[in-house]
Design a protein around this ligand. Structure first.
Ligand SMILES: Cc1cc2nc3c(=O)[nH]c(=O)nc-3n(C[C@H](O)[C@H](O)[C@H](O)COP(=O)(O)O)c2cc1C
Length: 384
């Protein structure tokens, strides 16, 4: 989260935290245990666990890390969605959760090549779950069969997995240069996928406005705001206990929590520092947006959703490699009733008609790299 925005808000409240003489820089650092998965796995880990250690670094909605891996059959991994880690309000049909399975599968496949495995990935081996319910947690999302193949080539994006980030800061005021625009446009697409990109003010301005309106709608809708608030981990202790969700740490948040200014109740109450801080933070990244892009699929089948994730994470890795920051901003794509009007205007603006579905909408730009986000430990997702 953009700490400068919060500091501005605090400035307005008259709260002086630096006056205490306390050494701010030492308290409430990101717990090492929450980011140690970003150091990569030990080389002697059994192969499937080694692959999974890369896959859990995938981008995923609200950082819920909703994956379960069944290792009960030799040379196979069966991937399930964790029914305890869905987002019923902002992702009522599990579309984003399944995109987050595509990102996981793609990283798994890239890591497998590095270890000399060919992967045979079968999506929904027992059939696709219905598209209009959250019943995605009962059937396997994918069966991954691993086959040693000495002739397999490694994937050049493997080296970017540990440095990949979703960069949620405001970006520099700059439109993508022609080379970087070409890199973003060179993403290899899977069947039925299309991408679009806006890299000048005339094209970005209306998209920025859709991002602004939709994030405000999410914040002013109590149950969608509550879903985020309940997943917010404030301070190192909470992050260490639950290395997922939305993480806020550092001296500033330590002090806000200490003065009871950052409680979940406060975050739900308009007019408080915590609630206004959330709005100011979002408006910070909205303003700091000079390039935007989107990825659509020809239909909204469950496989199309997973495949959107596979392509999106490749884009994220390509951007990392080129030093381009990227940040999904999904609010306008979310399927709850209050968002429908803004979403329909957004799709009209892009000229997209059902069944074509925009699966990912993102900011692109320039900004120094950010710290990694917390991750659960790889064994936490293994069920057998
Ligand atoms: C389908 C999908 C939707 C996402 N939507 C948002 C979003 O609306 N806002 C946001 O800040 N991040 C969004 N993200 C990024 C996640 O928050 C991010 O991947 C997660 O916090 C882990 O951080 P990391 O990508 O830096 O590892 C989305 C990611 C995925 C895969």
């Amino acid at each position: 989260m953009d700490r400068r925005k919060f500091i501005r808000t605090i400035g307005g409240s008259g709260l002086v935290i630096a006056a205490s003489g306390f050494s701010l820089s030492r308290c409430d650092q990101m717990p090492e245990s929450a980011i140690s998965p970003w150091s990569g796995p030990a080389p002697d880990l059994p192969d499937r666990e080694w692959l999974l250690s890369y896959a859990i670094l995938a981008p995923n909605p609200h950082n819920r890390q909703p994956w379960l891996a069944d290792l009960s059959k030799d040379d196979e991994i069966t991937l399930f969605a964790d029914p305890e880690r869905l987002l019923p309000h902002t992702d009522p049909f599990g579309r984003q959760v399944l995109i987050g399975h595509g990102t996981f599968l793609e990283l798994l496949g890239i890591a497998a090549r590095e270890k000399g495995y060919r992967t045979k990935i079968t999506l929904f081996p027992n059939g696709e779950p219905a598209g209009d319910s959250l019943e995605i947690g009962t059937m396997p999302v994918a069966r991954i069969q691993l086959e040693k193949d000495v002739s397999i080539s490694t994937d050049p994006l493997f080296g970017d997995i540990l440095n990949r980030r979703s960069n949620k800061e405001g970006y520099e005021k700059a439109y993508l240069n022609a080379t970087d625009e070409q890199i973003i446009e060179s993403l290899p697409l899977l069947d039925g996928q299309r991408t679009g990109i806006a890299t000048n003010e005339a094209d970005v301005s209306p998209l920025r406005e859709f991002a602004r309106l939709s994030v405000l709608k999410e914040i002013e809708t109590p149950r969608t705001l509550l879903e985020s608030v309940e997943l917010t981990r404030i301070g190192a202790t909470e992050i260490a206990a639950n290395p997922d969700g939305i993480d806020l740490n550092g001296p500033l948040f330590w002090w806000l929590k200490r003065f009871n200014l950052m409680s979940k109740e406060k975050a739900m109450t308009p007019g408080t520092l915590a609630h206004q801080g959330g709005i100011d933070y979002a408006m910070g990244w909205v303003e700091g947006t000079y390039n935007m892009g989107w990825l659509s699929t020809a239909d909204n089948s469950r496989s199309a959703q997973v495949n959107a994730g596979r392509s999106y994470v490749r884009l994220n890795l390509m951007a990392t490699n080129a030093g381009i920051a990227i940040h999904p901003v999904s609010q306008v794509l979310q399927e709850y009733p209050e968002m429908q009007e803004i979403q329909s205007d957004f799709l009209d603006h892009l000229g997209i008609e059902a069944p074509e579905t925009v699966q990912m909408f993102y900011r692109l730009g320039y900004q120094t790299n950010v710290s990694p986000s917390p991750r659960r430990k790889m064994p936490d997702i293994v069920i057998a």
